[in-house]
Design a protein around this ligand. Structure first.
Ligand SMILES: [Zn+2]
Length: 415
């Protein structure tokens, strides 16, 4: 292959990549990777691999994949997706083009709430089929690990059904899925004016049931104007922690929220982060909580402003990139698209975008011990792109140049 981006750390530093380390991709020219039983066994140059005594002896039984003219990097870790929905929201799309705001669309019965009815009515297996097709589309564009949230049911029954659909789809996909309970996505209509009652249901019914049945690893909250307050979020984090689930949150998409009070819960990630309080930045720089940008949402909403990535990166806050795949505000499964937007609109370097889409995505899901870089002992999750230089990934926007993915050792070529 032309370039092998290993993302191996050059210095031993615990935690996610920050600052200048985001630019270090540890590239091997003309590299080779040996995988066995779904794991990476060795990484080096093709020359060294060909001299390896074990490989010489076993060459006949090894499947060789020639990646000449391609680059290979760790499979993308898409750490923020909402794949459990039934239909695209084409009315919202059109209304927004005509000038309606996020709030106006929500007030007119659009937005997140308009996806609820279909999810509540649809069977688990039909939802699983939707999730599986999304996972396959992600893999066709280089993603090998995806987080998947519930959050379009918002009743105990339909949230558990959504998580079961994620589990069913994950069992049929060779990649890795990290499930998240997002019961606190928005306050459903039935609870308007008594949102506290809904928060109680999330805390005393959804979280305990999801935890007991091991249907979720994370609990997420949409903490913002028109969704859940900081107090609600703390209450939900409290319940999640008590039931052994890790926490993450949608933060700062529409307005600024002071983040410091949540840090005691050691959140894995704060996502969106368009609006961040100055006072929080030095604190975040000391934590392992990743700031996950989802510029696909800014793009699709037609916003002129994007998250200020430079301000966070330069201060030492670890950052990741994700698609926010969802039917309302970011209908894309393409990590290369998210990376392209990060480069063109957020002034992240192509190298920073790669690190944010791989190793730091893995950190934001707390799976960095086995995902996000090409190192012996880690899972055999790779993506090969038709390119001579990794910078071509964010450069050729709007077209899929992914030639192949390897998901836990299983080779898959885009259809
Ligand atoms: Zn989201």
């Amino acid at each position: 292959m032309d370039q092998l981006l290993t993302l191996q750390a050059t210095r031993v530093k615990p935690g996610p990549r920050r600052g200048a380390d985001l630019n270090e991709l540890a590239i091997i020219e003309d590299g080779a990777v040996l995988c066995l039983g779904g794991k990476i066994v060795s990484v080096g140059t093709t020359r060294d691999a060909l001299r390896d005594p074990w490989l010489k002896k076993h060459r006949k039984s090894v499947r060789e994949i020639d990646c000449a003219g391609k680059i290979v990097l760790p499979g993308f870790v898409d750490s923020h997706t909402h794949p459990v929905f039934v239909s695209p929201r084409l009315v919202d799309f059109e209304k927004r083009i005509e000038g309606a705001s996020y709030g106006e669309i929500a007030a007119a019965g659009g937005g997140i709430r308009s996806s609820l009815e279909a999810v509540r009515k649809t069977t688990k297996s039909a939802l699983a089929a939707k999730v599986l097709s999304a996972l396959k589309e992600m893999a066709s564009q280089g993603t090998t690990t995806a987080e998947a949230k519930s959050g379009y049911g918002l009743t105990l029954e339909s949230e558990l059904k959504s998580l079961e659909a994620i589990r069913e789809a994950a069992s049929q996909w060779p990649g890795t899925v990290i499930p998240t309970l997002l019961g606190a996505h928005v306050v459903p209509k039935e609870f308007q004016g008594c949102s506290q009652k809904y928060v109680e249901i999330v805390c005393t019914e959804m979280i305990p049931r999801a935890a007991k049945r091991k249907l979720a690893q994370f609990v997420d909250v949409f903490c913002d104007q028109g969704a859940f307050t900081s107090e609600d979020t703390e209450q939900i984090f409290e319940a999640a922690t008590a039931h052994g689930l890790k926490v993450r949150a949608h933060m700062g998409q529409l307005s600024e929220t002071v983040l410091q009070p949540f840090l005691r819960f050691r959140p894995a990630s704060f996502d969106h982060m368009d609006h961040v309080n100055d006072g929080d930045i030095p604190r975040l720089a000391k934590e392992d909580t990743v700031a996950t940008f989802v510029p696909g949402a800014n793009y699709f909403l037609g916003l002129k402003d994007y998250p200020n990535a430079r301000r966070l990166i330069d201060a030492g806050v670890p950052v990741a990139l994700a698609t926010d795949y969802n039917p309302g505000t970011s209908p894309t499964a393409s990590m290369p698209m998210a990376m392209s937007l990060a480069c063109t609109h957020m002034k992240m370097s192509p190298a920073e975008a790669v690190a944010a889409a791989t190793i730091n995505g893995a950190w934001s899901l707390r799976v960095a011990e086995c995902k996000g870089s090409i190192e012996p002992g880690k899972d055999a999750d790779l993506a090969a792109f038709e390119a001579k230089d990794y910078r071509e990934i964010p450069y050729w926007f709007g077209a899929n140049h992914c030639a192949m993915t390897v998901l836990n050792g299983l080779v898959s070529s885009p259809a």
